[in-house]
Design a protein around this ligand. Structure first.
Ligand code: GLC
Length: 799
């Protein structure tokens, strides 16, 4: 990095001494004698923004990543001038700005260094394109680890690695291959139990070197634009992830069916085939909520058209599938076929909506339909037009959701696999070339799609999927990890990639279960389903070239395992829905890698396989063939083995049995896990009773259950139900308190409380201070009680 870019004319340039300092409320400006301006903005007590201009001029301040809803505000703010430095003080941080070099040092209020510049900001002039290659180098602290960065297919701890961000179509990518489909320039550092995050909001190609080139230096740089980064301080990693996610935004709650099991293939057609698929799910009683139509439903791969030979009456088909509980999701790509008789092509030409090359001609590229032009989604007018194109699909035909693919954008038969760099973009009124717009092209496409879907499925909620993404795309869309391969290594990759995405603000993510390219055997498919049902987005998808990948495509043992695990997901829907609510509301990642869960325990810093699903369930997939179990790390605390209720004490690695029909699953002691009965699709059954699986603990623990209509927007008007449970276990009693908020009235009247690990036989039960007759609350089994859903406190006593 730093020293080896190709442009060595003047070499690296550095700021020199500060000659001017100014404060404007929460902004501080430091100007150097050679024309560098550093602007530091205090966003919150523990969140700062650093921006550097050269030649005394900032670019217009515009970002696609930052959410309008980001929190602002700080408690105290002070600045002191010392002989050699300035000191900015918030209630959480001390920021030292060196007067002679403009270098930064950030420490906590006790003076412990969190992050400090090595060379700090420097730059090289870019003679070929103009502007600068902007660079930042930091000191790697002792025993520092690095996490985050989106979809990188590599070990979760990035220490010693160099990665770059440039959205790329990477069919059948391999481990460590980089870059992939997404550009999320956000990382976290962790040392001495202090976590911080850095988000380099620059849409040019960006590079990050985590102590790879030099052992004690971590650096990041970009091919153009400004050195513009945000700094978030924890010290807990959870605070850092939440602060980053708050800044770049969270999604609205999707409809609950989007959290069900989805089946896809390239491609299911004709209609009879899709219908057969649907019946088979119901016949075999394998729950499923959505079926996907890949590009072959279109007429010659023209977006927004149907091949009427394959699908003579899409409206009827979609409605019949819907009656049987299946939602239909269709693919839309960005490339518009160059075809003078195709109305979308005509319209875009008339309105001048396609991207053009530097010297004027339209940008042309080959994708599925042959030669295409590409709408400039960075133009707000084009986005509005694109959103309107969904009207017929959604309002008239009844399509439920849309899947945007190839939006890096992917271009075939060219070595760069994408648009030429001189392609021009509007960039919302800041015209530029593809060098700057490439990484947000897919994001702006799916943003337009989201706006259209949201408008035309109203009063239902939108559900959208994208392959390419930049930081902030989570506001509009879910995503998947692209064209993976049916290998055991890819099962491992799916696990780390999904966890990493969750740490990078984008939780609604899954992999093509079973692998997109090639074909898994039954064992790999079963193991992948076991992991996949614990991913926020749960979909089987495959290229279809190498054989079938439906739950029944292997032997019946595999079908039974697949059914068992999909059923498990459907039982956990109220738990998953609550996870999503927490993500949407607080930016809390839906999956938590162990390091996030317990950063104080250094054992967690290099673990890749185990993760916490929501707050309370520990998951560890089996990622090898012929395994009867595996070694795994159980984090500190006490955990119940989900399958047999045995209790293990964590803080150590141990062997866990897991034959092919089992995956290691543990529940944290003290948890209360809500469960639905198995349904074949969301909304099939009226829920008549909610199961609460209660895991005894000596001590206290909190759990949450969020509910609403599972679709629509009434929850915004107070029509939701939030139950906070507080469990308090003693040697011979267990108390559960319930604090309820919201006006939503659930369809069920009672909770069936399944007590796990109770160390005593139940002698009496007291609900809201009144003792109830045991025969009234104990319907079956010693450790089950049934009580009204609105209790405030239950006390279960033993001898
Ligand atoms: C891309 C997508 C894949 C899809 C295929 C055909 O390869 O990643 O999911 O099936 O295109 O549309």
């Amino acid at each position: 990095m730093i020293t080896n870019t190709e442009l060595e004319y003047k070499g690296n340039l550095y700021p020199n001494q500060i000659v001017d300092f100014k404060q404007d409320v929460d902004k501080f400006y430091f100007t150097t004698e050679n024309g560098v301006i550093l602007q530091i903005t205090v966003l919150r007590n523990s969140a700062l923004r650093f921006r550097y201009a050269t030649e005394n001029v900032f670019e217009p301040d515009f970002s696609y990543a930052i959410s309008e809803d980001a929190n602002r505000g700080y408690g105290s703010l002070d600045v002191e001038e010392k002989e050699d430095y300035y000191l900015i003080l918030t209630s959480k941080l001390r920021v030292l700005v060196d007067k002679s070099t403009l270098r930064i040092q950030i420490s906590d209020t006790e003076g412990n260094i969190i992050n400090e510049d090595e060379l700090g900001f420097h730059w090289e002039e870019n003679y070929e394109y103009g502007g600068n290659t902007v660079k930042m180098s930091k000191i790697t602290q002792n025993a520092e680890s690095y996490f985050g960065m989106g979809d990188k297919a590599t070990h979760s701890n990035l220490k010693g690695k160099r990665v770059n961000n440039w959205c790329m179509d990477q069919y059948a990518y391999g481990k460590d291959q980089d870059p992939l489909y997404k550009a999320i320039p956000f990382y976290m550092g962790l040392h001495k139990n202090q976590a911080y995050g850095i988000f380099f909001d620059n849409t040019f190609r960006t590079y990050f070197d985590f102590a790879h080139e030099r052992r004690n230096v971590t650096s990041f740089w970009a091919d153009g634009g400004e050195m513009n980064y945000y700094f978030f301080y924890g010290p807990e990693m959870s605070k850092v992830v939440k602060a980053y996610t708050n800044l770049t935004g969270t999604p609205e709650l999707p409809p609950m069916w989007a959290m069900g099991y989805h089946q896809s293939k390239w491609s299911y057609f004709p209609e009879s085939n899709v219908k057969e698929l649907a019946s088979k799910f119901r016949e075999l009683r394998i729950p499923c909520d959505a079926l996907y139509l890949d590009i072959d439903y279109m007429d010659g791969f023209r977006c927004f058209t149907w091949d009427k030979k394959k699908f003579p009456d899409p409206k009827r088909m979609i409605s019949e599938l819907n009656e049987d509980g299946f939602k239909t999701v269709v693919m839309i790509d960005p490339g518009i076929k160059i075809d003078k008789d195709y109305w979308i092509f005509q319209e875009a030409m008339e309105k001048d909506y396609f991207c053009k090359r530097g010297d004027g001609p339209y940008m042309k590229g080959k994708v599925w339909p042959g030669e295409c032009h590409f709408p400039d989604f960075t133009n707000p007018e084009v986005r509005e037009w694109w959103a309107e194109l969904y009207k017929e699909f959604m309002s008239e035909l009844g399509v439920h959701a849309v899947w945007n693919d190839m939006n890096e954008p992917a271009v075939m038969e060219v070595p760069t696999k994408t648009a030429p760099l001189d392609t021009r973009h509007n960039y919302d009124g800041h015209p530029c070339t593809h060098r700057k717009a490439h990484n947000i092209y897919g994001m702006q496409m799916v943003r337009a799609t989201y706006e259209g879907i949201k408008k035309y499925v109203y009063p239902k909620r939108p559900f959208v999927i994208t392959r390419a993404a930049y930081a902030g795309t989570q506001r509009y869309s879910s995503t998947w990890t692209g064209d993976n391969v049916a290998t055991w290594e890819h099962l491992w990759l799916a696990n780390v990639q999904v966890q990493r995405m969750c740490m990078s603000g984008m939780s609604f993510v899954g992999s093509d279960i079973g692998g997109f390219a090639e074909q898994p055997n039954g064992e790999l498919f079963a193991r992948w389903i076991q992991l996949g049902v614990f991913h926020p987005f749960c979909r089987v998808h495959s290229s279809g070239d190498h054989g079938d990948q439906e739950p029944w495509s292997f032997d019946t043992d595999v079908t039974d395992i697949v059914r068992k695990f999909i059923e498990l997901r459907y039982q956990h829907l109220p738990y998953i829905y609550t996870m999503f609510w927490k993500y949407s509301k607080f930016g809390e990642p839906m999956l938590k890698p162990l390091v996030y869960f317990d950063q104080e325990d250094p054992q967690t810093h290099f673990r890749t396989d185990e993760f916490i699903f929501g707050d309370h369930i520990l998951v560890c997939p089996v990622q090898e063939p012929n395994a009867q179990g595996r070694r795994m790390y159980i984090p500190r605390g006490k955990w119940y083995n989900y399958w047999d209720n045995t209790i293990v004490k964590g803080g150590k690695e141990q062997w866990v049995d897991a034959d092919i029909d089992i995956m290691p699953l543990f529940v944290k002691e003290g948890s209360i896990i809500p469960k639905f009965p198995v349904q074949q699709y969301v909304g099939e059954l009226v829920i008549e009773e909610l199961d609460l699986d209660v895991y005894y603990k000596l001590g206290t623990e909190s759990s949450t259950v969020y509910e609403d209509d599972q679709d629509g927007y009434d929850y915004n008007k107070g029509n939701f139900s939030l139950r906070n449970f507080k469990l308090n276990g003693k040697a011979n009693s267990l108390a559960i308190q319930q604090f309820k908020d919201g006006a939503f009235i659930a369809s069920y009247e009672t909770f069936r409380i399944n007590l796990h690990g109770l160390p005593f036989a139940i002698e009496s039960v007291e609900v809201d201070n009144e003792e109830v007759l045991l025969k009234d609350v104990k319907p079956n089994g010693d450790d089950v009680i049934r009580i009204g859903k609105d209790f405030t406190q239950v006390i279960i006593k033993g001898k």
